[in-house]
Design a protein around this ligand. Structure first.
Ligand code: HEC
Ligand code: HEC
Length: 312
């Protein structure tokens, strides 16, 4: 009698241990489960479909915000790319880098990057990894180098351990650091605007918004193509540069505008743009009323949550 009872006890205990182990295993795994990048049906499939995990992207986010990456440990990626400004530099024409000097270009928004084929105003990078390395090495940005960063991270109790865990490695190398930062950039996506709701059939444009959309389609979509409102075909500018058409999503938060931040407001921009381009001089200039109408449409591209630090 006793024996069979203790036998049962052993079996039950073994079962309990097995169930708990499986649960813990799944819990730990689900803690670093792969993130499937969500997107609405009016978005195409992303061009960058690299693997992104919860722990990878979260660590990337910490590094994005950590001055450890800059040579003098004073500035981080987030110093120039702030969430409240849709990851542009709030109200700054140019940004201050590690040496206290200004960048040559206006810091752009970081939005829906995995749907872009070319990065930077001139499209010189085709992969997110390149944009990170560029920021690290640029003497007007982080002014740093990968060897220095790898050394610092190997000394760092938290980052070193986390990276080793994520990649199951003995020693952290440059690629692992760039990899988690790329993962974070892949998560900076926005599709929660009235424009998106309209496309999904859950919001109906007001009459002024419809008029604005019509004008926008006539004047702007050849270069700012929905639903990303950008294009990677270079446009020749008056001073002989070839520049891509940037995204207009959350444009409300990312002033001043253009690669050189020359327009403080959208009003002043629309008075000259796009007529300033040699190929666009034939266009009839719009009236101030028509500009207002376009501004009403541009406002439908605002995703409040995306620029709200409490939402992340
Ligand atoms: C000192 C300010 C500054 C810092 C720090 C900085 N950036 Fe930037 N970033 C810029 C500027 C300016 C540009 C535009 C450069 C150009 O177009 O040539 C840019 C462009 C980019 C782009 C291209 C976006 C696009 O859509 O084309 C990405 C991505 C980016 N930065 C990510 C980062 C990351 C990641 C870091 C940190 C490793 C970082 N940046 C640090 C100023 C900065
Ligand atoms: C021929 C192509 C073309 C057309 C048409 C065009 N744009 Fe642009 N747009 C561009 C390019 C290229 C830039 C970047 C110029 C620069 O950085 O100097 C730009 C920049 C902008 C910016 C600033 C974005 C930023 O982040 O700084 C806004 C806003 C804008 N365009 C709105 C419009 C609107 C509204 C229309 C229609 C009235 C329009 N564009 C028509 C090509 C075009």
């Amino acid at each position: 009698m006793r024996r069979s009872n203790s036998g049962k006890l052993v079996i039950v205990s073994v079962l309990i241990v097995a169930v708990v182990s499986i649960a813990v295993y799944y819990f730990l795994n689900s803690n670093d489960s792969e993130i499937t990048i969500q997107s609405p049906s009016h978005f195409d499939v992303p061009l960058d479909t690299g693997i992104t995990t919860v722990q990878g992207a979260s660590l990337g986010r910490l590094l994005f915000n950590d001055p450890l990456l800059s040579r003098h440990q004073k500035i981080s990626c987030a110093s120039c790319h702030q969430q409240t400004a849709s990851y542009a530099d709030y109200n700054k024409q140019f940004s201050t880098g590690d040496r206290g000097l200004l960048t040559k270009r206006n810091a752009p928004v970081l939005i829906n990057l995995i749907w872009k084929s070319h990065y930077f105003a001139d499209g010189r990078a085709q992969r997110l990894e390149q944009t990170i390395l560029n920021a690290i090495k640029d003497t007007l940005e982080l002014n740093s180098d990968m060897d220095l960063i790898v050394e610092r991270i190997r000394q760092h109790p938290v980052y070193n351990k986390k990276l080793k865990n994520i990649f199951q490695i003995k020693e952290v190398e440059a690629d692992h650091i760039i990899n988690v930062m790329t993962q974070y950039l892949r998560t900076l996506n926005s599709w929660d605007s009235n424009y998106d709701r309209m496309r999904q059939g859950t919001y109906v444009f007001t009459e002024p918004e419809k008029q604005g959309q019509l004008l926008f389609e006539q004047q702007c979509t050849s270069c700012h193509i929905p639903p990303f409102f950008q294009d990677s075909t270079p446009i020749l500018t008056t001073d002989g540069q070839k520049l891509l058409s940037p995204s207009l999503r959350n444009i409300k938060y990312s002033g001043p505008y253009m690669h050189d931040g020359r327009f403080k407001t959208l009003d002043s921009l629309l008075a000259q743009h796009p007529y300033e381009f040699p190929q666009e001089t034939h266009r009839k200039k719009l009236s101030p009323e028509e500009h207002q109408s376009i501004l009403i449409f541009l406002n439908t591209l605002t995703d409040e949550q995306f620029s709200n630090p409490n939402s992340y």
